[in-house]
Write a new protein. Structure first.
Lengths: 113, 117
């Protein structure tokens, strides 16, 4: 059974710092991994989707990497801003349960002005 | 191009009443997923539907919960005889049908927050 872990559960950084959020998964046979952002009381916003054949994806100040063999992904945020404050979730799609995304419990990021 | 639309945003029900949650997928999307987020917990898959078909309901409680995605109109998640433990945020997501469905990103709505009193 696929399990997804995100560490740390919470992170607080000063504005302008570069930061890395971590995601690990137990079954490396995934189709893809997706990073989301969730603001309090809101839904999930899709940030990046990395297919299993890809090593990384970039969008603006965000860069997500995938090391499938070790079961890890990182989300790199450059030059963080207070508007980046949110909970960041990663989720994987796994053969055998491909209809479901398996989510981590998220990292709550606070960027201090 | 409107995103995934869910309504109502907030729903309060007394124990024993019925709750109906609606989801209109993004334009052009024919795959709908429902997820539940309990307080202090992560999102858990409930059910996956295509038009007029339930494809996977393995995450949905066997009793009191049902879902549909009719040919016309939104997808409905229905909870009968609600109990306090049903209080949660219910999220709908949709994806397109192009290529392999599992390679398409999911797009989520803002959720319906159900409170059972």
């Amino acid at each position: 059974k696929q399990e997804v872990t995100q560490i740390p559960a919470a992170l607080s950084v000063p504005e302008g710092e570069n930061l890395v959020l971590n995601c690990s998964f137990t079954d490396s046979a995934i189709y893809n991994l997706q990073w989301f952002r969730q603001d309090p009381g809101k839904g999930l916003t899709s940030l990046l989707l990395i297919q299993s054949s890809q090593r990384e994806q970039t969008s603006g100040r965000l860069n997500a990497s995938l090391d499938k063999s070790s079961g890890r992904s990182t989300l790199y945020i450059a030059a963080s801003q207070p508007g980046d404050s949110a909970t960041y979730l990663c989720a994987v799609r796994t053969p055998g349960s491909a209809r479901q995304l398996t989510f981590g419990s998220g990292t709550q990021l606070t960027v201090l002005p | 191009n409107a995103g995934v639309m869910q309504n109502p945003r907030h729903l309060v029900r007394r124990r024993g009443q019925e709750a109906r949650l609606r989801c209109s997928p993004m334009k052009g999307h024919s795959h709908v997923y429902w997820y539940r987020q309990l307080p202090e917990e992560g999102l858990k898959f409930m059910v996956y539907l295509q038009k007029e078909n339930i494809i996977d309901e393995s995450g949905m409680p066997k009793e009191r919960f049902s879902a549909e995605f009719p040919k016309e109109g939104p997808s409905i998640l229905r909870i009968q005889q609600v109990v306090r433990g049903d209080s949660a945020a219910y999220f709908c997501a949709s994806s397109s049908q192009t290529g392999n469905y599992y390679n398409s990103p999911l797009h989520f709505g803002n959720g319906t927050r159900l409170t059972v009193t």
